[in-house]
Write a protein that binds this ligand. Sequence first.
Ligand SMILES: [Fe+2]
Ligand SMILES: [Fe+2]
Length: 507
Amino acid sequence: MINPQPPRANSSNDTLAPPRPPIPAPNNFKADDALIMSLLRLPQLVKIHQPNNKIFKENIHIFRQALEIFWTENESVVVRFHRGRMYLNERRLAPDKALQITIAKLGEFFEKLNFYGYRFQRVENLTDDLIIDFIKQVNLSQQQKEPAAYLNSSLEANWATPIIDKDFKIAVVMSDDGSGRFKPLIINAGVRTLAIKAKRSYSRALAVISGLNQKISDGENINISKPRRVVQDMVEGLFQNENLLLSLSTIRDYDDYTCTHCVNVAILSMCLGKRVGFNKLQVMTLGLSALFHDLGKVDVPIDLIRKTSKFTPEEYEVVKKHPLYSVLRILKINSEHTLKSKLLVSPYEHHLGIDLSGYPFADYRTTPLSLSGRIVAITDHYDALTSSRSYRPIPISPEQALDIMLQISGTELDPLLLKVFINMIGIYPVGTLLLLDSNEVGMVSETPSAAEDGRPMCVILDFDESGLKQREVVNLSEKNPKGRFKRNILRCFHPSEFGLNPSDILI
Ligand SMILES: [Fe+2]
Ligand SMILES: [Fe+2]
């Protein structure tokens, strides 16, 4: 049993309700028991009580207090039922008799829902509304074919997720309390759940943007709610694990360039926004506007979008209108006016250049480009250059792309932001293939902030007659006893040259 501690003080939260003062837990409060009992009790209570009912409210407070106690020491708490036993994070519960019955019932409940438990990610301000939404959706999921998939797609925010990975392992390791005893340890559960969640957010974002394009083509009105939810999911993912989201931006789907491009530009923009100090709400607004930056391309004849040869001057004039068309499309979205006014800025500005010499024609303008416009200009350039296009089946390598972008730094692209961007994706961006002097091939998985000379971490890839196998992750900053680097980079390749999709390997 962990010792009761006062919950963490809440700080401001941009995407959720206003801050709620922390409620101290009573001294005899048992967080383990409270959490398990709440998970069984709340789905029952929500069926018979209104949200303002006193008993219901008290139980919500107990549930929140239990979570906040766990969150004082952990980023998340994983409640998992496995072979008749309940685990809280890696710790197996040793319950008293009364709690044993509750655990058995909760285990049955999970089995009925065909998942193994929940993961509760720490949020700064967990509101009653979010808890009620979670409990209601848990109840509704019981009537669905795939309760876990339903829960993942229906929850307002992703602080709570069902545990669905079946093949998790429990290892037995030496306890670190010096007692010489062994304890069970759940391997990788949290990370896997995050990766699954991130991949799902990406596919949902793709589906949303292609759905929007279809609706526009059919002359239907579009609503902000779905894109907002999908971007909000990605923002939560970004604030939990930036590298995971950056890896997702390496997804390249040649058949669906327009959609993957919009989602990748949204991801890269959100990552860059976070790097320059945007808060969650600002990152979300930036992500949404980046997602919509090329929405106006639906108004450009498809033959021009797919053209493999150079545009004639007349054709180029038509293509140059797409930022303006994006603005007109955003104005028609069903959403609050204040949000729309923020969303249309970067789509309008993304081809204008910081010297305002680009398009749409703006030599009357004296005000500089907005920060979001400068961010999207950089991420748009980078993703377009590093993607396969109908007129350029082999994409430019990230290294070459950055070289090209450096040549227009100060005229089209903001030099300072470009520096931050290069620093963010690393000299060797995530997904780059490296030929090493150890006769190995590696794929960059991340660049630690303290990396020496920008030397990244990479997954060593092994090929045999059955195809590609992955090996261990190595840090290229590692040195041998003589103080020399163990591995050095000889050459970089674009993964598509070998038909590899980085997201298949890294996530
Ligand atoms: Fe564009
Ligand atoms: Fe674009």
